[in-house]
Design a protein around this ligand. Structure first.
Ligand SMILES: [Zn+2]
Length: 141
Protein backbone atom coordinates (compact mmCIF):
# COMPACT_ATOMS: atom_id res chain seq x y z
CA UNK A 1 0.00 0.00 0.00
CA UNK A 2 1.38 3.35 -1.07
CA UNK A 3 1.62 5.91 1.66
CA UNK A 4 2.74 9.47 1.78
CA UNK A 5 3.43 12.07 4.40
CA UNK A 6 1.48 15.30 4.19
CA UNK A 7 3.63 18.38 4.22
CA UNK A 8 1.23 20.36 6.40
CA UNK A 9 -0.24 18.01 8.98
CA UNK A 10 2.80 15.70 8.84
CA UNK A 11 0.53 12.68 8.96
CA UNK A 12 1.31 9.63 6.90
CA UNK A 13 -1.75 8.73 4.89
CA UNK A 14 -2.69 6.46 2.04
CA UNK A 15 -2.15 8.15 -1.35
CA UNK A 16 -5.90 8.21 -2.00
CA UNK A 17 -5.97 11.08 0.47
CA UNK A 18 -3.86 13.13 -1.90
CA UNK A 19 -4.81 14.67 -5.20
CA UNK A 20 -2.85 13.16 -8.03
CA UNK A 21 -1.90 14.41 -11.43
CA UNK A 22 0.00 12.99 -14.36
CA UNK A 23 2.75 14.65 -16.33
CA UNK A 24 3.42 14.24 -20.02
CA UNK A 25 5.29 10.98 -19.47
CA UNK A 26 2.23 9.71 -17.59
CA UNK A 27 4.00 9.40 -14.29
CA UNK A 28 1.57 9.79 -11.50
CA UNK A 29 2.34 12.46 -8.96
CA UNK A 30 0.69 13.32 -5.72
CA UNK A 31 0.35 16.75 -4.21
CA UNK A 32 2.48 17.52 -1.15
CA UNK A 33 -0.59 18.38 0.90
CA UNK A 34 -3.38 15.98 1.66
CA UNK A 35 -6.90 16.78 0.43
CA UNK A 36 -8.08 17.64 3.91
CA UNK A 37 -5.29 20.17 4.42
CA UNK A 38 -5.92 21.74 1.03
CA UNK A 39 -9.58 22.16 1.92
CA UNK A 40 -8.72 23.71 5.27
CA UNK A 41 -6.22 25.99 3.63
CA UNK A 42 -8.70 27.21 1.04
CA UNK A 43 -11.29 27.78 3.71
CA UNK A 44 -8.89 29.91 5.71
CA UNK A 45 -7.87 31.91 2.65
CA UNK A 46 -11.07 32.57 0.69
CA UNK A 47 -9.51 35.58 -1.02
CA UNK A 48 -7.31 33.22 -3.04
CA UNK A 49 -10.38 31.89 -4.82
CA UNK A 50 -11.90 35.33 -5.17
CA UNK A 51 -8.80 36.70 -6.87
CA UNK A 52 -8.66 33.66 -9.14
CA UNK A 53 -12.26 34.34 -10.16
CA UNK A 54 -11.58 38.00 -10.89
CA UNK A 55 -8.52 37.14 -12.94
CA UNK A 56 -10.56 34.66 -14.95
CA UNK A 57 -13.28 37.20 -15.62
CA UNK A 58 -10.74 39.86 -16.65
CA UNK A 59 -8.53 37.42 -18.56
CA UNK A 60 -8.51 37.02 -22.33
CA UNK A 61 -11.34 34.45 -22.20
CA UNK A 62 -13.28 36.25 -19.51
CA UNK A 63 -16.54 38.08 -19.98
CA UNK A 64 -15.07 41.37 -18.74
CA UNK A 65 -12.08 41.37 -21.03
CA UNK A 66 -13.96 42.64 -24.08
CA UNK A 67 -15.61 45.30 -21.98
CA UNK A 68 -12.18 46.55 -20.97
CA UNK A 69 -12.64 45.94 -17.28
CA UNK A 70 -9.34 45.40 -15.54
CA UNK A 71 -8.29 44.10 -12.20
CA UNK A 72 -6.19 46.32 -9.98
CA UNK A 73 -6.74 44.30 -6.83
CA UNK A 74 -3.98 42.36 -5.18
CA UNK A 75 -4.41 39.51 -2.77
CA UNK A 76 -3.76 41.91 0.10
CA UNK A 77 -6.42 44.34 -1.13
CA UNK A 78 -9.01 41.58 -1.18
CA UNK A 79 -7.92 40.40 2.23
CA UNK A 80 -8.26 43.96 3.56
CA UNK A 81 -11.73 44.33 2.03
CA UNK A 82 -12.70 40.93 3.38
CA UNK A 83 -12.14 42.01 6.97
CA UNK A 84 -13.24 45.62 6.51
CA UNK A 85 -16.57 44.56 5.04
CA UNK A 86 -16.88 41.56 7.39
CA UNK A 87 -17.38 39.27 4.41
CA UNK A 88 -17.00 36.27 6.72
CA UNK A 89 -20.43 37.08 8.10
CA UNK A 90 -22.03 36.52 4.71
CA UNK A 91 -23.39 33.14 3.77
CA UNK A 92 -21.77 33.09 0.35
CA UNK A 93 -19.64 36.19 -0.01
CA UNK A 94 -18.92 37.43 -3.49
CA UNK A 95 -17.11 40.49 -4.69
CA UNK A 96 -19.15 43.18 -6.37
CA UNK A 97 -18.16 46.30 -8.24
CA UNK A 98 -20.25 49.21 -7.01
CA UNK A 99 -20.05 50.81 -10.42
CA UNK A 100 -20.20 47.95 -12.93
CA UNK A 101 -18.60 50.06 -15.64
CA UNK A 102 -15.50 50.60 -13.54
CA UNK A 103 -12.52 48.39 -12.86
CA UNK A 104 -11.80 46.15 -9.93
CA UNK A 105 -10.24 48.58 -7.49
CA UNK A 106 -10.37 48.69 -3.74
CA UNK A 107 -12.60 51.79 -3.91
CA UNK A 108 -15.04 50.27 -6.37
CA UNK A 109 -15.39 46.89 -4.71
CA UNK A 110 -17.37 45.51 -1.82
CA UNK A 111 -18.58 42.15 -0.61
CA UNK A 112 -22.22 41.18 -0.96
CA UNK A 113 -24.19 37.97 -0.86
CA UNK A 114 -23.67 35.83 -3.93
CA UNK A 115 -27.42 35.65 -4.51
CA UNK A 116 -27.65 39.44 -4.63
CA UNK A 117 -24.63 39.70 -6.85
CA UNK A 118 -25.89 37.17 -9.40
CA UNK A 119 -29.25 38.93 -9.45
CA UNK A 120 -27.49 42.19 -10.26
CA UNK A 121 -25.20 40.39 -12.70
CA UNK A 122 -28.17 38.58 -14.21
CA UNK A 123 -29.83 41.85 -15.19
CA UNK A 124 -26.59 43.07 -16.61
CA UNK A 125 -25.75 39.95 -18.58
CA UNK A 126 -29.22 39.65 -20.10
CA UNK A 127 -28.75 43.17 -21.43
CA UNK A 128 -25.42 42.16 -22.90
CA UNK A 129 -26.91 39.02 -24.39
CA UNK A 130 -29.63 41.06 -26.06
CA UNK A 131 -27.01 43.37 -27.51
CA UNK A 132 -25.07 40.42 -28.90
CA UNK A 133 -28.24 38.98 -30.41
CA UNK A 134 -29.06 42.28 -32.08
CA UNK A 135 -25.56 42.50 -33.39
CA UNK A 136 -25.78 39.02 -34.84
CA UNK A 137 -29.07 39.82 -36.57
CA UNK A 138 -27.48 42.89 -38.05
CA UNK A 139 -24.53 40.90 -39.32
CA UNK A 140 -26.64 38.36 -41.14
CA UNK A 141 -28.29 41.01 -43.33
ZN1 LIG B 1 -2.48 17.00 5.70
Amino acid sequence: MQKKECYICKKTKHVSNFSSYKNREKYQYYTSYCKKCIKEYQKSRPWDNILRGIRLRCGVDGKYFKRGIKNFLTLNDIKELWFKEKAYLLKRPSIDRKNSKRHYTIKNCRFIELSENSRRGGIESSKVRRKIRLKKCGDSK
